[in-house]
Design a protein around this ligand. Sequence first.
Ligand code: AMP
Length: 283
Amino acid sequence: MRIVRTVAGMRAAVADARAKGASVGLVPTMGALHDGHLSLIRRARAENDLVVMSLFVNPTQFGPSEDLDAYPRDEARDVELAGHAGADIVFAPSVDEVYPRGFSTTVHVAGITEVLDGAHRGASHFDGVATVVTKLFQMVAPDAAYFGQKDAQQVLVIQRLVRDLDMPVRIVPCPIVREPDGLAMSSRNVYLDAAARAQATALNRALDAAEAAVAQGRTDAPAVIGAARDVLAGAGVEAEYLELRSPDDLRTLDRVDGAALLAVAARVGRARLIDNRILEAAP
Ligand code: AMP
């Protein structure tokens, strides 16, 4: 396991591996690793010769009132966990290395970034994501990159980015990893005190209820969303958004007909949590 901190060092390490015919897998993270991140590393390990995990808390994807400064950071722990899961290199550049003085380019993916998290975190959130992922792909030049379905909108944005800009990277979406009680793992779960931690299970339970509604043939959006909202209300959780959208282009759906993405965000205690489920109506 090596830690690389510069773009030049990263390029040299990948060039070396490529000269030996190695395939390269990249797992972008902001650290504070949990089993969700580790599942991506393990998948990358199974599919590539060289596995790079980037560790970079990207300031440009945080809004002015968000938790950039408070974001949990523990590089030594992350390096150890990443190594155990199978990473060969942890790429941990400084903010100045990624955004040197005079940096002035933004990558904007139109059409799917204005809704859901884009509407609620601010339009610049996904610009920050798209820009840093573009840069990471330039720095590491991976064959494949691994992203969690937990951030379903982020996966769509990156798939669109790669398609539109002809980036030679295979995007591999990976399933959501959950705690035993169903809460989606998140670096932000450390913000939850005991009461909020109990309340937070409502997000997954709400998605379960929506899934059950669809299984019973109640496929219209008000019924599906209502089933989920009732569970949230029962736990005293108010959704920031709870929306049924196309998993292909995020257009609003008025019923589950084929596959539909039900996405939720809510503030629980000190944390802002997101979760989602692909719902499928029986044909
Ligand atoms: P983050 O460090 O939060 O930027 O997340 C880094 C990557 O891990 C992203 O692709 C996330 O979607 C993914 N990820 C975060 N939480 C989970 C989870 N519970 N299950 C699967 N992937 C996850």
